[in-house]
Write a protein that binds this ligand. Structure first.
Ligand code: LLP
Length: 388
């Protein structure tokens, strides 16, 4: 099928919508589970915040991954999809009482606890309901990451986690609580990280902390290093599956696990980003004195990443092969930041052309909003569109 025939097929469905390539997702999961399976101590909890679409979750469940949740809503979605609550972790700096109760009722595997007051509340609720909560303490490792400032989480100025300086006091407090069963330590330094040195710095920090634990005769069953592995937004077609091998090797080489210890991960983006594309159509091409604007029917309401993080997503005109021109590609929302690309080269573009915004499977659909009273985007599987 030619690019143009594909574009015509996509147009049979009202744009804008998310299109998921299940074959690519499956290939990504196969690579992931193959690389991870090389070490039986490794456990993956998919960060469902990246994408909670049932088309995607079906594959993730079949691959046997657990789930990393950050809200009661995510716990509900994961349970409704049939994920085993014991294979779920629950993080977040602000867990509401109802969410803690829900987590306890469902019997989720681990609360990743981010502060002492939260620990007190979990202990109180667990004790009242005659339960014991398995928890990891989320430690803020004060390790930076080379990524956008809005998605760095592991610096001491960030709101996440417990100060390293307080770690031992909190461990002692947790061990004394009747409703709490401390099973490990949790870390997460940020997202869209492509420099493996950042993960090495995290390993070094964890090694230091574990040496200090050893010196006090303490041990943890679980070390959870969170997620963060980045993907290639510049050339998605040549790097469809992230280099999971290199990622796990960083941990294999640099993190000193103790006897019997499990290493848990919470990847989100790396698993789902490349399998999702935002499909839209050109409403108008506006030829101003300074610039040509391609105005799409998709905007920041469907994909907020460019507006929020200056994120780059590759833009492809599926309907045109003509000579290229320079355009700003923008959405219809009443905000100047509703811009997908500035001064980008596209083949000659006109009204009705189908535009694919690539690498939109992570933090695309889940971050969609109803701003300007717009409807939330629909989603389809590429399989269905091709079979139609
Ligand atoms: N674990 C924790 C505790 C997290 O906070 C996150 C992401 C993850 C795991 C998964 O990280 P990943 O493997 O996907 O990098 N909306 C932003 C990304 C925010 C990430 C928030 N936390 C974006 O669109 O770039």
């Amino acid at each position: 099928m030619t690019k143009r025939e594909q574009a015509e097929r996509y147009k049979r469905y009202a744009t804008p919508y998310y299109l998921y390539n299940e074959a690519l997702l499956q290939q990504t999961l196969d690579t992931l589970t193959c690389e991870m399976g090389k070490d039986p101590r490794y456990v993956m909890h998919y960060a469902i915040k990246a994408n909670a679409n049932p088309i995607v979750l079906r594959h993730i469940k079949a691959a046997g991954l657990g789930i990393d949740c950050v809200s009661g809503g995510e716990i509900e979605v994961a349970c409704n999809m049939g994920f085993d609550p014991r294979k779920m972790v629950f993080a977040g700096v602000g867990k509401a009482d109802w969410e803690i109760k829900l987590g306890l009722e469902k019997g989720i595997g681990c609360f990743n606890v981010e502060s002492v007051p939260e620990l007190d509340v979990i202990n109180q609720i667990a004790t009242e309901t005659g339960k014991k909560a398995d928890i990891c303490l989320r430690i803020n490792p004060n390790v930076g990451a080379h990524t956008h400032a809005n998605i760095v989480t592991g610096l001491s100025d960030n709101k996440f986690g417990i100060d390293m300086a307080h770690m031992f006091d909190v461990i002692e407090a947790a061990n004394a609580m009747t409703g709490i069963n401390l099973i490990g330590l949790h870390f997460h330094i940020g997202s869209q990280i492509t420099e493996m040195d950042d993960f090495i710095a995290l390993c070094d920090r964890i090694n230091e902390l574990q040496d200090m634990l050893d010196a006090r005769g303490m041990s943890m069953k679980i070390i959870n290093v969170g997620g963060g592995l980045g993907i290639d937004y510049e050339a998605p077609e040549t790097n469809q599956v992230p280099d999971f091998k290199a990622f796990f090797e960083v941990y294999r080489k640099n993190l000193k696990l103790r006897e019997g210890q499990e290493l848990h991960f919470e990847l989100g983006r790396a698993i789902v980003a490349q399998c999702g594309t935002l499909i839209s159509q050109v409403l108008y091409v506006k030829d101003n004195t300074n610039k040509k604007f391609v105005i799409l029917d998709a905007g920041m309401t469907e994909l907020i990443r460019p507006a929020l993080y200056d994120a780059h997503h590759k833009i492809v005109n599926l309907s045109s092969d003509g000579p290229t021109d320079t355009y700003d590609v923008v959405g219809p929302i009443c905000e100047s930041s509703d811009t997908f690309a500035i001064n980008t080269q596209l083949p000659h573009t006109q009204r009705g052309d189908v535009i694919a915004i690539m690498s939109a499977g992570a933090y695309g659909e889940t971050m969609a909003s109803g701003y300007n009273c717009r409807s939330l985007p629909k989603s389809y599987s590429l399989n269905d569109i091709m079979a139609d």
